[in-house]
Design a protein around this ligand. Structure first.
Ligand code: PHE
Length: 452
């Protein structure tokens, strides 16, 4: 019973898994979403809550997802169903997996549009238009792009095509190599940007903004946004890490892998913040500028740097790679579900799921131009999806996974997957996942809807 195998194969080593999962975690969430969310929610206090959520909510849930995935060896829905029935529990838990699959579809639909912006910026950067640009110029470049639905559609289509192409071949091919080289390259480039931002921007002001907490600036909605960001950036609550866990060889340490992934991911986000905010303050830009923040600020820095066009091209290429390795993990749960449950071939499954997601993405494309006026609760279609998935669906999915791993799985089954760890580990993890994590998620939810 314990020796189930995945029909999609296994990672060759623990490192391969850590690289792939880091590839999933590190992406637009770190470089595009983190700075813009921190900027909109006042900085320091948001960052603290986000870091707390990574440690107390994200890490234990990440371990749970890997554990469930490895033991179930199937798509998220079937892994949950299988493990529930193994332990004689109700199989309704599988619907948490179903919701995760749906969440992945919704996220990828707008994620691909933003990744399309990064793609569009590659030829932009190469043409040298950032050289000597002012803040008004870079803002105009961004506005011109997003005002043009055909351009957005073109880049969104290209990015979805790239994502489908990798998924068709199976995620294990190529992902490992790509992540091993490109992730360190992205990190080094971001550090160069930080160095440059220190020289040309208002570095101290940026550090104060990011790390000096002002809790009066962070309302209940800001706390919810910080928790949502933690889920989004760690790829948790929808089955991406679970599906990668299902390809993990038995006997590799789950907690060590999870800690490594979370550390890398958090480092990239903070470094991205330190590269962007000095430029924001140095150029008198608005931290709360919204989703365009990175696309308006970093080009300013590139515009003044020696070899700026070269670095800009490199940066957007690496950003696209980061987004690509994340997008692949967003598509994988629904594809494995179609293959395992409905017996599609991988090619059919990737084309069908990718096609539906592409279609849905058109809504996000239009929400920056033709549909910009159509809002619900003051939010465009794109903002609705971004909010709904990150702030509600991912934390809810994470809550279900925590409850599942802590309360539904027996000691024998969850303990079996964590057997190789030092003696203190299992009881600590189990306590956190049963009490701390679910209570924290619930408290943030209740607080946000005004109940506590
Ligand atoms: N973690 C990815 C990022 O930060 C996005 C993602 C979310 C990927 C959820 C998979 C699942 O860009």
């Amino acid at each position: 019973m314990t020796a189930r195998t995945s029909i999609h194969g296994e990672w060759s080593t623990r490192l391969a898994f850590v690289l792939a999962a880091t590839g999933s975690a590190v992406g637009l969430g770190n470089i595009w979403r983190f700075p813009y969310m921190a900027g909109e929610n006042g900085g320091g206090a948001f960052v603290i809550v986000y870091l707390l959520c990574v440690a107390l909510v994200g890490l234990p849930i990440m371990m749970s997802e890997i554990l469930v995935g490895r033991r179930g060896r199937r798509n998220p829905m079937d892994s949950l169903r299988q493990l529930a029935s193994d332990d004689g529990r109700s199989t309704v838990w599988q619907y948490a997996g179903m919701m995760g699959i749906l969440t992945g579809i919704l996220i990828l639909s707008f994620y691909s549009v933003v990744a399309g912006w990064a793609l569009a910026y590659i030829p932009n950067a190469a043409s040298g238009i950032f050289a000597g640009a002012t803040a008004a110029d870079t803002q105009a470049i961004f506005d011109d792009l997003t005002a043009n639905p055909w351009a957005l559609l073109f880049w969104h289509t290209l990015f979805m095509g790239m994502t489908i192409a990798v998924t068709v071949r199976g995620v294990r091919h190529g992902l490992e190599k790509a992540v091993r080289i490109l992730m360190p390259a992205l990190l080094v480039l971001l550090l160069i940007m930080v160095g440059y931002a220190m020289r040309i921007g208002e570095f101290e002001q940026a550090v104060a903004f990011l790390f000096r907490p002002d809790f009066s600036a962070l309302g209940p909605q800001g706390v919810l946004a910080a928790m949502g960001q933690a889920f989004f950036t760690l790829s948790l609550g929808m089955g991406a890490i679970m599906i990668y866990g299902s390809y993990l060889p038995a006997r590799t340490s789950i907690p060590r892998s999870a800690v490594a992934i979370a550390l890398m991911d958090t480092a990239v986000a903070l470094i991205a913040g330190l590269a962007i905010f000095p430029v924001v303050f140095g150029s008198m830009l608005e931290p709360a500028a919204g989703p365009g923040l990175v696309f308006v600020t970093l080009p300013l820095a590139f515009g003044e740097m020696p070899y700026g066009s070269f670095f800009a091209v490199l940066f957007f290429v690496l950003l696209v790679f980061g987004a690509w390795t994340s997008a692949i993990s967003l598509l994988e749960p629904v594809v494995t579900w179609l293959v395992e449950r409905l017996e599609f071939t991988r090619v059919q499954a990737a084309l069908l799921a990718g096609g539906v997601i592409w279609l849905l993405g058109i809504g996000s494309v239009l929400s920056f131009n033709a549909w910009a006026e159509y809002t619900l609760f003051d939010r465009t279609f794109f903002q609705m999806l971004d909010d709904l998935t990150a702030n509600i669906m991912l934390p809810l999915g994470g809550l279900f996974i925590a409850l599942f791993a802590g309360w539904v799985m027996t000691r024998k089954t969850s303990g079996g997957e964590l057997a190789g760890e030092p003696g203190w580990f299992y009881p600590t993890w189990r306590f956190v996942i049963r009490y701390i994590t679910p209570v924290a998620v619930l408290a943030v939810f209740l607080n946000a809807i005004g109940l506590v």
